[in-house]
Design a protein around this ligand. Structure first.
Ligand SMILES: [Ca+2]
Ligand SMILES: [Ca+2]
Length: 288
């Protein structure tokens, strides 16, 4: 059962209306009118006085309309929350956290915009709390954001803070500086007898990371770019002789370094052995 109302009516939990048992008049209520207070009728929300329109349908009283004044005791809370300590933190080029406190449990919402707080608002966080945090996202970079915090207490009293501002930083300038780096074939060996080699790469970039490397043996035609790594396999092409490998390093913005290079001698021909002494068939020593 809900709270009592006058003239034989009761209001049930959930918001239904009914006549008190034993009342001679059969009736239903049409269009309950809650003229003050907040929340659903009969849901336990604190409400102040309200007026309900009912239509009596029993007997000759059909179509008669009556007004019933519910006897809900007021919650007594007519004071909106006091909002304080409103602040913006964690500001990035596109987002920020807005925090504030209230002197009583209340909801959380932020109204914000590029010229006034009335342009957008976050969804209401209905959890009643005294410390509040709301994240704003999708903000324009390099702009001032005007905002205010809003909280509603359990009785439906809503308060907003004064207008505040913060500025999102401008986006960083584009990266136009290429990486720099070096390449070493087989850890800097002077010669090798195998075409299969390992390139040791060492490169840095102003952005903090090198993204790509591409290599060549003539400095003109480069193999497809691949993800930068500290070492990659490479096959020395062509016949034996002095080989040069060129490496260019790329960053995420698409800047490429000038080529770094290293050389190595590829020599896959084993030395020829010729016994020059003694000559074949020579006889040494005295008589057998
Ligand atoms: Ca209050
Ligand atoms: Ca760069």
């Amino acid at each position: 059962m809900g709270r009592g109302i006058d003239r034989g009516w009761v209001i049930l939990a959930g918001g239904a209306f009914a006549l008190i048992a034993g009342t001679a008049e059969a009736a239903v209520v049409r269009q309950p009118q809650c003229t003050s207070g907040g929340g659903a009728v009969g849901s336990g929300n604190p409400m102040r006085a309200r007026t309900i329109i009912g239509v009596a349908i029993g007997g000759v009283a059909r179509s008669a309309t009556r007004t019933v004044r519910c006897g809900f005791p007021a919650s007594g809370d007519t004071q909106p929350p006091a909002v304080s300590a409103v602040a913006a933190s964690g500001i990035t080029t596109t987002s920020a956290q807005i925090t504030w406190t209230t002197n009583e449990p209340s909801t959380s919402q932020v109204e914000y915009g590029s010229t006034s707080p009335g342009e957008s608002s976050t969804p209401v966080d209905g959890a009643l709390a005294t410390t509040h945090q709301v994240t704003l996202t999708g903000l324009p970079s390099g702009h001032t954001c005007h905002y205010r915090a809003a909280s509603r207490d359990a009785a439906g009293n809503r308060a907003t803070s004064s207008e505040q501002t913060f500025a999102t930083p401008a986006p960083p300038p584009p990266d136009t500086t290429p990486p720099t780096g070096s390449v070493a074939i087989n850890a800097g060996s002077a010669a090798t007898n195998q075409a299969a080699a390992t390139l040791t790469l060492s490169a840095t970039d102003n952005s903090g990371s090198v993204s790509w490397v591409k290599c060549s043996q003539d400095g003109v035609t480069y193999a497809a770019a691949q993800a930068y790594a500290a070492s990659i396999p490479w096959t020395l092409s062509g016949g034996d002789g002095m080989k040069t490998v060129y490496a260019m390093f790329g960053d995420a913005a698409g800047n490429w370094s000038s080529p770094a290079q290293d050389t190595i001698t590829l020599d896959r021909t084993p030395p020829t052995l010729a016994i020059t002494s003694p000559i074949d068939g020579a006889v040494y020593g005295g008589s057998p």
